[in-house]
Ligand binder design. Structure first.
Ligand code: ZN
Length: 138
């Protein structure tokens, strides 16, 4: 067993922007030469998240609409009041979805469903630069 790591860099639009990480993560696995193991994909930052979903326009739009209903951008948020901030909804969404996924690797590829992609979600209320870390044990 060895530990390999890689980084994926993105410019996002914020406001629920969804970016497909799948090819980037599989490139890191290929570069590491790992055939079997586990890949952990993590985004540092309190307003972004990593999850798995079907990456297609309808699903993306439905996820955004659902999060807008569950955690609306406008609200009576203590974080915004105490810190003169505007992105409390982004912190809450990031906490609910979570910052990482761990996925098995078999045959040098991620084990996943045909329509299941790994995605980065940026909930902040402005464009951001994001660095996603990929840690492979295998
Ligand atoms: Zn904030």
């Amino acid at each position: 067993m060895a530990v390999h790591s890689g980084r994926l860099e993105f410019s996002t639009q914020g406001n629920g922007d969804v970016i497909d990480l799948t090819d980037g993560v599989e490139n890191v696995i290929r570069s590491a030469g790992v055939n079997a193991g586990v890949a952990t994909v993590f985004v540092p930052g309190a307003t972004a998240a990593v999850t798995a979903m079907e990456f297609e326009p309808g699903g993306i739009q439905d996820l955004k609409a659902t999060l807008d209903r569950l955690v609306p951008p406008e609200g009576d948020y203590e974080h915004n009041r105490l810190n003169h901030d505007t992105n409390s909804h982004a912190h809450i969404r990031a906490a609910i979805v979570g910052p990482s996924e761990s996925v098995p690797i078999e045959g040098g590829r991620l084990v996943r469903g045909s329509w299941q992609q790994l995605v980065l979600l940026d909930f902040d209320d402005r464009p951001r630069r994001r660095t996603v870390t990929v840690t492979i044990v295998g």
